[in-house]
Ligand binder design. Structure first.
Ligand SMILES: C[S@@+](CC[C@H](N)C(=O)[O-])C[C@H]1O[C@@H](n2cnc3c(N)ncnc32)[C@H](O)[C@@H]1O
Length: 268
């Protein structure tokens, strides 16, 4: 069977090209220019992947890797698949005109945020923490494969193992789905770690916990930056104001939902 025949049979959709790219180790544009190329040797594997996709098993876990902020990251079912919205968070932190020498990333998962920051801020030191040992293994594997020295991963239940009190930036994309939305998740999301998704009954548990103590761990003028759920901005603004944070800005995603909040610790 040729590429042309396979595409005619299974559809000229982007996902099929991505699967072909993965199985042949050739780039999509190259495949599109060699439509008479034989795919006999990979066709069985292609069909197996289509079977998994029928059950909504995420493509990213099948590939075992995904691109985040230009970095190729290993991913498996012990970590949340890094999302595009989170790239906006990284972007906003990089653009901030503030000190970024020492950064804490709470709920690091695959290490996505920490690794993207460390590869762009070579003079900074980034600490990524997670409660999941399995996730930390993936984060460390990513650190090694990217040869990044200025990032360290360790276990911590939010702040439980954080001793330092002089962070310039604390960033988090915590679990934030509420009880109601957990009942109507997209099918792909059932394959992702539930402790990376569920943010308590109102989805705000982790924001409350982090905001409650963040002042103790930030330097004066330190930055607290979050990714948030589509309907959480006002509640989180209130929590931040209660703890005397100055809200710098929020940012929307391409679907026009407020998804990023950046605030500053006021001098005390
Ligand atoms: C939404 S995922 C974010 C993963 C990654 N930062 C990203 O943006 O792709 C949330 C992460 O928080 C971690 N987590 C859950 N409970 C935690 C806790 N009590 N303390 C620290 N991390 C926790 C989960 O294991 C998961 O990796």
């Amino acid at each position: 069977m040729t590429i042309k025949e396979l595409i005619e049979k299974h559809g000229d959709i982007h996902e099929n090209w991505l699967i072909l790219e993965f199985l042949t180790n050739k780039e999509i544009f190259e495949l599109k220019f060699s439509k008479n190329y034989s795919v006999d040797d990979i066709y069985d594997d292609f069909l197996k992947i289509l079977e998994k996709r029928k059950e909504h098993y995420p493509l990213q876990y099948i590939f075992g890797k995904w691109n985040f902020y230009g970095l190729e990251l290993f991913v498996d079912s012990s970590v949340l698949i890094p999302r595009f919205e989170t790239e906006i968070l990284v972007d906003e932190i990089l653009k901030l005109n503030c000190n970024k020498e020492k950064i804490l990333d709470i709920g690091t998962g695959s290490g996505a945020i920490s690794l993207a920051l460390s590869s762009n801020l070579k003079d900074s030191i980034i600490y990524g923490v997670d409660i999941s040992k399995e996730a930390l293994k993936v984060a460390n594997k990513n650190k090694q494969s990217l040869s990044l020295e200025n990032v360290h991963f360790f276990e911590s239940d939010i702040f439980s193992n954080i001793k330092d009190k002089d962070f310039d930036v604390i960033v988090s994309n915590p679990p934030y789905i509420d009880e109601k939305d957990m009942k109507s998740l997209e099918k792909e999301l059932y394959f992702e770690p539930q402790n990376a998704l569920y943010g308590g009954k109102d989805g705000l548990y982790f924001y409350k916990k982090i905001i409650e103590s963040a002042n103790d761990y930030l330097k004066n003028d330190g930055i607290l930056a979050f990714e948030i759920g589509y309907n959480q901005k006002e509640s989180i603004f209130d929590m931040l104001k209660d703890k005397n944070f100055k809200i710098l800005f929020s940012k929307r995603d391409f679907s026009n939902f407020d998804r990023i909040i950046v605030a500053k610790k006021e001098n005390i």
